[in-house]
Design a binder for this molecule. Structure first.
Ligand SMILES: [Zn+2]
Length: 87
C-alpha cells in the first residue's frame, strides 16, 4: 500500500509495510524482539521510517514501562575460538 510520505533520502514515494522482526535494546541492554512492526519503507533505497505511535512504543519498551506478554526462542550463531586457535 502506498504511503503519502516521501523518502527523506531519495525522494521516492514510501510504502506501508511490516517488519517481521525488529530488535529494540532496552536501557539495561536486554534486547526485545518486536514482531510485525508497521513501518514506512522506501522501495528504492530501503530507508525505513517508524510512525510516531510505533516510535512511542519503542520508547516504552526501552524504558521498560511496556508490558512484555510473550517470549520467543531464537538461534544465535556461535563459534569456538579454541579450535581455530589450536589449528
Ligand atoms: Zn529512498
Amino acid at each position: 500500500m502506498k504511503s503519502e510520505l516521501l523518502c527523506v533520502n531519495c525522494g521516492h514515494q514510501m510504502l506501508h509495510t511490516k517488519l517481521p522482526k525488529y530488535v529494540v535494546n532496552t536501557y539495561l541492554l536486554q534486547p526485545v524482539v518486536c514482531l510485525d512492526v508497521p513501518v514506512e519503507k522506501c522501495p528504492n533505497c530501503g530507508e525505513i521510517y517508524f510512525p510516531a505511535e510505533v516510535a512511542e512504543l519503542f520508547e516504552e519498551i526501552r524504558s521498560e514501562c511496556f508490558e512484555i506478554r510473550d517470549k520467543i526462542t531464537m538461534e544465535i550463531p556461535a563459534c569456538s575460538l579454541d579450535l581455530a586457535l589450536a589449528g
